[in-house]
Design a protein around this ligand. Structure first.
Ligand SMILES: [Mg+2]
Length: 414
């Protein structure tokens, strides 16, 4: 894994910048004037920027996955992106409901948009929350691009240049057997990842099914975990997502049987809205417990945090309310020493937004990366995704740092 930027490196970088600015100022009083002129030009332009239109693109990834991408356009020719993907959904009509709240307005009015749309998003279902969050993302991307600053510089700057990522290998695993999981795990590790996640209990029967059927499904899932551990060795982190198939008793039993696999976390053995059950499991097992991928807002995450029912929360910028909400969610988690690993089994727009967000979070742990779904995924955006040695780096460009590659978009649009 690439080492995170040390505080020493950050300090020397800032010192270099300070010395460089000081040198400019010392070179002559006139050096100050172009800077002031450029600044006032920018602020004049900013006041006049208005949102003029929305475009929605559906990108077909696999038989099971589409990415829904939206582009907000402005009267100054600058565009910003957001992602509203929801599994296999091909469209999300709710985007237009929330677009109406920003049409003709300034892209800087994020707080105003949140004040107007947040209660509707909090009260609605997953589609409503996702549409609200996608427009919020695009407002930030636009704001950064107009001000010529990366997202993180609009909210206090970054804490790190590169972020740890783990490869979600679940969708790439077609053969749902120990050998199938072992094979994809090995390929992801060969591709440079040193942390992976899978959901080998997918397809688990209802808990009312005959005991023998449940026992068979349990044994198969456990065998898949141990096959992955054997395939990748001891140094690769393995995370297991249980997709809420269990109850408290079964979760504790399975966690006990998985102890020798030394998981780096167990995710959502029961639904994360079942706070008390999650807490019971948390206190009974030895593994780190993570969850919360579809929860909305601070109010959605607070019960897990307040009860310390999980060790790691997993807000998703596509569903939790957007980047500002995710920042607030991370802050309440920090207050109770809970870490943040954003959920992101998503396309490259959500990934770029998540990278911009995670660069700012003090309690960031690791970001999810959807691995092995489509070999062209990294080229849908320009510049392409920069992943190396188990880490993803920000490219330092304005907003989320990316534009759509129109040629790749046209090749895969629905
Ligand atoms: Mg999950």
């Amino acid at each position: 894994m690439r080492p995170r930027t040390s505080s020493h490196e950050i300090a020397s970088h800032s010192r270099r910048e300070f010395l460089s600015i000081s040198a400019h100022l010392l070179a002559g009083g006139f050096a100050l004037q172009p800077f002031t002129a450029a600044f006032s030009q920018a602020t004049r332009a900013d006041r006049n920027v208005r949102i003029t239109g929305i475009e929605v693109f559906t990108v077909n990834v696999t038989q099971r996955t589409n990415w829904i991408i939206l582009r907000l356009n402005t009267n100054v020719g600058i565009s910003g992106y957001g992602e509203a993907s929801l599994g296999g959904r091909a469209e999300l009509a709710e985007l237009h409901e929330f677009y109406a709240m920003v049409d003709g307005r300034s892209p800087f009015a994020v707080a105003e948009y949140r004040a107007q749309g947040r209660s509707r998003a909090a009260a609605g279902g997953r589609e409503i929350a996702t549409a609200f969050s996608a427009i919020e993302q695009a407002l930030w991307d636009l704001s950064g691009k107009i001000l010529d600053a990366p997202f993180y510089d609009l909210v206090g700057g970054k804490l790190r240049d590169s972020l740890a990522v783990y490869a979600n290998i679940n969708r790439a695993t077609v053969e749902r057997t120990p050998a199938g999981f072992a094979e994809t795990a090995q390929r992801a590790v060969a591709d440079g990842f040193n942390a992976i996640k899978a959901a080998p209990f997918d397809g688990f029967p209802a808990l009312t099914a005959p005991a023998a059927e449940i026992a068979r499904a349990k044994e198969l899932g456990i065998a898949c975990v141990y096959a992955m551990r054997e395939a990748v060795g001891e140094d690769v982190a393995i995370k297991i997502d249980a997709h809420s198939f269990f109850d408290v008793e079964l979760a504790i039993e399975v966690a006990g049987e998985l102890e020798r696999a030394r998981l780096s976390w167990l995710e959502e053995p029961v639904a994360p809205t079942q706070t008390q059950d999650t807490k019971l499991i948390h206190d009974a097992i030895s593994q780190t417990l993570a969850g919360g991928e579809f929860l909305f807002g601070m109010e959605g995450f607070w019960p897990l945090c307040e009860n310390r029912a999980v060790d790691i929360i997993m807000p998703d910028v596509k569903h939790c309310g957007g980047l500002m909400e995710a920042t607030h969610i991370a802050a309440i988690a920090q207050a109770v020493d809970v870490r943040v690993s954003p959920h992101n089994p998503s396309g490259p727009i959500s990934t770029a937004a998540s990278v911009a967000l995670c660069a700012t979070l003090p309690n960031f742990e690791i970001l999810e990366y959807q691995w092995g779904e489509a070999e062209w995924r990294g080229t849908l955006v320009e510049p392409g995704e920069n992943i190396e040695g188990g880490a993803i780096s920000s490219n330092g460009r304005p907003g989320f740092g990316i534009d759509l590659n129109e040629r790749v978009l046209e090749a895969h649009r629905l």
